[in-house]
Design a protein around this ligand. Structure first.
Ligand SMILES: NC(=O)c1ccc[n+]([C@@H]2O[C@H](COP(=O)([O-])OP(=O)(O)OC[C@H]3O[C@@H](n4cnc5c(N)ncnc54)[C@H](O)[C@@H]3O)[C@@H](O)[C@H]2O)c1
Length: 340
């Protein structure tokens, strides 16, 4: 097949692996090169994927024949690779959050508009079958207006203390909260007008990671629905999954509940029980399935067909604006109004 979309992946860490696998597996795309700052990771990727790995994206894009770039660098370091890709006229898939400051998000948006380049944001919860079911249920006339919502998305403490060496430069608000803000905006079909939030610092700080342990935010939406969103990075490591999440939505004529924790499969060994998120990623003998891989497949599809992205630059910017307002409210103990 010679119409494969030729992709370069930037950042081949924990989540970048899903990007590498997503494009390698897809018969409509071809992984042509990788960029990572770590020499160890570059060597591993070259050995496993048989493509050249570069330390510098500009050099990669000046050397290789690439159609699009997929960015999975740490939260605060998305801007530079995205701007480099845009400078070379390449369409981009960037991991969530688009940026950790609205100034970075605006810079990306301005550059993409000037270059006529398309940028998709990997808010992968939009591809989760449970989220799709909720979105469709809310669209049913008989459900009535949503009046109150609750969403929790927490991670085990291993994530900020062992998995990510850059957790101090992000927060539960940016790493987890932006997932929630994006998903709820998608559900509500309108914007947040005001937020009030409180947070706690101390435990992670005492372990050398200067960020919030837990943040609780109240979001007021234009449609009158009020949401409470809880995000924490300190769930004990003995928990049955790396993350814990759930959603409740009270509508005029319906109650919607999503238990993202128990997806129907449980494993037990002599140490502990484990409840895998079977919807996230399954390797069916080399055929990959799940909402961890669907965004990469959809990105290829959107670029090849011109279809609109499920989550684009405005979504990335607005999730970041909410994250900034939440963080400001935590710091000032005051409600923060949002303007777009
Ligand atoms: N870990 C998760 O469960 C998860 C889930 C969903 C999304 N994400 C998102 O994916 C992104 C990456 O997270 P991760 O967990 O893979 O982090 P990670 O630390 O495991 O990997 C990041 C990789 O990027 C490389 N890197 C850093 N700066 C770079 C640069 N300028 N150019 C090239 N390479 C660079 C690092 O060497 C590292 O290999 C984050 O934005 C994160 O929010 C992570």
């Amino acid at each position: 097949m010679n119409d494969k979309l030729k992709i370069a992946v930037v950042g081949a860490g924990i989540y970048g692996r899903n990007h590498l696998n997503g494009y390698t597996w897809n018969p409509r795309s071809e992984l042509v090169a990788v960029c990572d700052l770590s020499e160890k990771i570059r060597q591993q990727v070259e050995a496993e994927y048989g493509v050249k790995a570069y330390a510098d994206l500009d050099e990669l894009l000046s050397t290789e024949d690439v159609d699009a770039v997929s960015v999975a660098t740490p939260d605060p370091y998305h801007k530079d690779p995205v701007l480099t890709a845009i400078k070379h006229g390449k369409d981009v898939l960037v991991e969530k959050p688009l940026a950790t400051t609205s100034a970075d998000a605006h810079e990306i948006i301005d550059a993409a508009e000037k270059a006529g380049v398309r940028v998709m944001v990997d808010y992968h919860k939009r591809w989760d079958p449970a989220s799709i079911a909720v979105k469709n249920k809310l669209a049913e006339e008989g459900t009535g207006a949503p009046l109150r919502g609750y969403m929790r998305m927490d991670d085990i403490i291993d994530v900020p203390t062992n998995w990510l060496n850059w957790a101090h430069a992000s927060s539960p608000v940016h790493f987890l909260g932006t997932h929630c803000y994006d998903l709820i905006r998608w559900y509500m079909g309108c914007e947040v007008t005001e937020v009030y939030a409180r947070g706690h610092k101390g435990l992670l700080e005492s372990m050398g990671v200067d960020t919030y342990d837990t943040v609780t935010a109240m979001l007021q939406f234009e449609n009158g629905c009020t949401w409470t969103v809880e995000n924490s990075w300190i769930v004990p490591n003995g928990f049955a999954k790396a993350d814990d999440s759930c959603t409740h939505i009270m509508c005029e004529n319906a109650l919607i509940r999503v238990d993202s924790q128990r997806r129907g499969v449980e494993f037990f060994d002599s140490q502990k029980g484990y409840t895998p998120n079977i919807c996230f990623m399954q390797d069916n003998g080399g055929r990959l399935a799940g909402f961890g891989i669907d965004p990469m497949r959809d990105f290829v599809d959107c670029i090849q067909t011109g279809k609109p992205f499920l989550a684009g630059l405005t979504d990335g910017l607005h999730a970041e604006l909410i994250a900034e307002a939440v963080t400001k409210s935590v710091e000032t103990h005051e409600a923060v109004k949002l303007t777009y």
